[in-house]
Design a protein around this ligand. Structure first.
Ligand SMILES: [Zn+2]
Length: 91
């Protein structure tokens, strides 16, 4: 019996195609990789305003906290966007 999806030989009693299941694991990894990539882009995007805030207002305690929060927030946003985008590509 051949899998209608990937065309590879599959045992006749198999419920799932082992080749397609294997591919799915790789795409799961790709989704995570997409999330990390998105997160890194978000981090870079967030570092620019963070450095700008530090440059404009000086490295005071409260300013440091704000400057730290910005890249974290953009990192989280990029991570989610990267995950969603990678998952959409997969479907
Ligand atoms: Zn298959």
């Amino acid at each position: 019996m051949r899998c209608s999806k990937c065309g590879q030989e599959v045992p006749a009693d198999a419920i799932y195609c082992p080749h397609c299941t294997g591919e799915r694991q790789t795409t799961d990894r790709e989704v995570i990789r997409g999330g990390i990539r998105g997160g890194l882009i978000g981090l870079l995007v967030g570092l620019v305003p963070a450095l700008l805030i530090l440059y404009l207002y000086g490295a005071e305690r409260g300013i440091k906290a704000i400057a730290l929060t910005v890249p974290i927030a953009t990192f989280a946003t990029g991570l989610i966007l990267g995950l969603v985008k990678a998952k959409r590509d997969w479907k």
